[in-house]
Design a protein around this ligand. Sequence first.
Ligand SMILES: CC(C)(COP(=O)(O)OP(=O)(O)OC[C@H]1O[C@@H](n2cnc3c(N)ncnc32)[C@H](O)[C@@H]1OP(=O)(O)O)[C@@H](O)C(=O)NCCC(=O)NCCS
Length: 193
Amino acid sequence: MREISLPRLITERSVIKLMEPQNASLMTRFRVENRQHLTQWEPTRSPQFYTELFWQVQLRTAIREFRLGNSVCLVMLNAQETEVQGVANCTNIVRGTFQACTLGYALAAKYQGQGIMFDALKVVSRYLFEEQGLNRIMANYLPRNARSGILLEKLGFEIEGQARRFLRINGQWEDHILTSLVNPDGKEDLRNG
Ligand SMILES: CC(C)(COP(=O)(O)OP(=O)(O)OC[C@H]1O[C@@H](n2cnc3c(N)ncnc32)[C@H](O)[C@@H]1OP(=O)(O)O)[C@@H](O)C(=O)NCCC(=O)NCCS
């Protein structure tokens, strides 16, 4: 297990952290309330995905996976930490000569259009580069998801290509545009290399 402490990142409008399993009800609420909004952008979910028991297990697993160095699955909350605004999941962390991860994110419908995700991903990417020592953050979006593409472009992600039938989204294999943000300082952490 890695000794690195659990992140708690702050922006003007969000507290960003790995959520405690005892607060699973907040994640369940976010998922239930945004079910329709997120369906077209995400994998097909099981009925269990919308239950508190599922999120208790999931949040406990996320903390274990963080300590193993495999992922940093972050939840964005309002300042009072009473409501989930969205998620920023950094998964598939690969060390060695790659030092990279995949970033996925989603915002509650009502929190869109306010720059909240932009601010969050700014501090999240800084954390991944500076504290996790990564060199590359990869994010992929559907060609029809212009909103996500613009967000990534504004954050400095560069398009690196297009992959056919890349992810199974809402029951269909979908082509994706592949982008990356590379550590501007190039000071990647070779601890685990
Ligand atoms: C992607 C997502 C996080 C973006 O939320 P956001 O950061 O609040 O997005 P914004 O409303 O600020 O839109 C980003 C940009 O796209 C533009 N935009 C918004 N809706 C648009 C649309 N339908 N078509 C084209 N551009 C659009 C906005 O004008 C904005 O550009 P600007 O900053 O120059 O004005 C959010 O829409 C979301 O969670 N969507 C569902 C899940 C998802 O798509 N996840 C990403 C998977 S790759």
